[in-house]
Design a protein around this ligand. Structure first.
Ligand code: PAF
Length: 258
């Protein structure tokens, strides 16, 4: 794929002008929302969007309302130049990197809340996280006005909640799930992996191995704790096993088919 640097814009109005021109020309739009600090997992979403649409639109916005810990928000890597370089190689045409004021013109007066599943699994450990996430994704889907939007299965609960929101509010964008991209040793790719110390990084792949191999969630928890992980939860739901652990200050999530 030829590498073309995407156009970087900062306002919703600029994207709306592009979007109107694409609609008039009958071009389809694929949308990939991100918080930046991009890696191969994001690149796989861009490539999927590139294959299935005429235009690929992405956003880079570190959404303050989905961080339950201020310190986590402050420490979240902001790497726009490197992100744009990765997008160039993965076929993104336009990237919107808006300010907080641009995205939250009414502050947090208007939010999207889900009442049940958002309180389970990660939601039980990160109060307010999914309300912040759903609120910003609702805004981003409205802004993008895309034919398709791409989300990774690593954040499986997020994906399910977004699908539910799209159904509940009759949003016209098709939600496209994309498989988890893993390091060679099985660790699910995440922007947070860069924060692991060398010792934590060498322990981290055990998380996925235990999720896959332990007979029950209780056994998985015991094995992970014995190895030095702090376990938020391991739970089996339907045909998947979900887990969240902490290594030092870094929180990792993963899920596997059972
Ligand atoms: O998965 C993420 O990176 C974020 O939760 C998202 C969907 C971009 C919303 O901020």
């Amino acid at each position: 794929m030829a590498s073309v640097t995407p156009q970087v814009i900062h306002t919703v109005a600029e994207w709306r002008a592009f979007r109107a021109a694409h609609r008039a020309a009958g071009r389809t739009v694929g949308f990939v929302p991100t918080m930046g600090a991009l890696h191969e997992g994001h690149a796989s979403l861009f490539r999927a969007a590139r294959r299935e649409n005429d235009v690929v639109f992405a956003t880079v916005f570190v959404n303050p309302t989905q961080f339950d810990e201020q310190q986590d928000f402050d420490k979240y890597p902001r790497t726009l130049d490197a992100d744009v370089a990765l997008m160039a190689g993965a076929g993104v045409d336009v990237v919107l990197a808006p300010s907080v004021a641009e995205m939250y013109p009414n502050g947090t007066d208007y939010t999207v809340q889900e009442a049940t599943f958002s309180r389970e699994l990660c939601g039980a450990h990160r109060p307010g996280h999914f309300t912040g996430m759903l609120t910003v994704v609702m805004k981003l889907l409205q802004i993008a006005d895309a034919d398709r939007a791409y989300f990774g299965e690593k954040d499986y609960q997020q994906l399910q909640l977004i699908r539910g929101m799209v159904q509940a509010f009759f949003l016209p964008t098709q939600i496209v799930p994309c498989p988890i991209v893993r390091e060679a040793d099985g660790l699910a790719m995440s922007s947070r992996n860069a924060r692991l110390s060398p010792a934590e990084r060498s322990l981290a792949p055990l998380f996925n191995q235990v999720l896959r191999n332990a007979r029950t969630p209780e056994v998985a928890r015991a094995e992970l704790e014995a190895a030095g992980f702090a376990v938020d939860y391991v739970e089996d739901r339907g045909d998947r096993r979900f887990g969240a652990v902490r290594l030092g200050a870094t929180r990792l999530i993963d899920n596997v088919a059972r």
